[in-house]
Design a protein around this ligand. Structure first.
Ligand code: HEC
Length: 104
């Protein structure tokens, strides 16, 4: 009997975690999938050296992506990643991050 409550409890927790995630961040578009491992689906850097992007200014993010792509802003990781992105890919990715709620 007790086991059934535990199982039900765990199931409810899993459900509410999913609901909370859905509220916090819309499902990222395909252009954002490669970014999630470092910048998170919610725009919070997943490690101290990965910057938060949530709610950052759209113009700033766009400019940084262009600087990474041209190599004017050097970053081994970002230069390689952005090289194959089109202007449209960049627009979709940065709009997604700029529109997320600010990191606490
Ligand atoms: C493997 C980890 C990694 C991945 C994947 C990654 N980034 Fe980054 N990103 C970084 C790091 C590290 C920096 C800081 C670069 C530096 O040292 O200047 C950065 C910086 C940035 C910045 C500049 C932030 C600022 O405050 O100036 C933007 C914008 C950005 N990334 C967007 C993206 C987008 C969009 C994607 C997906 C297409 C992506 N990144 C994928 C690691 C990553």
């Amino acid at each position: 009997m007790a086991r059934r409550y535990i199982v039900t409890g765990l199931f409810m927790m899993a459900l509410s975690a999913t609901a909370a995630q859905a509220r916090e961040a819309p499902a990222p578009p395909p252009q954002v999938q490669p970014c999630v491992v470092c910048h998170g689906a919610n725009g919070h850097g997943t490690a101290p050296l990965f910057p938060n992007l949530a709610a950052q200014q759209l113009e700033y993010l766009t400019m940084q992506m262009e600087l990474f792509r041209s190599g004017e802003r050097p970053s081994h990781i970002m230069n390689t990643l952005v090289r194959t992105m089109t202007d449209k890919d960049i627009k979709i990715a940065v709009e997604y991050y700029a529109n997320l709620p600010r990191c606490e």
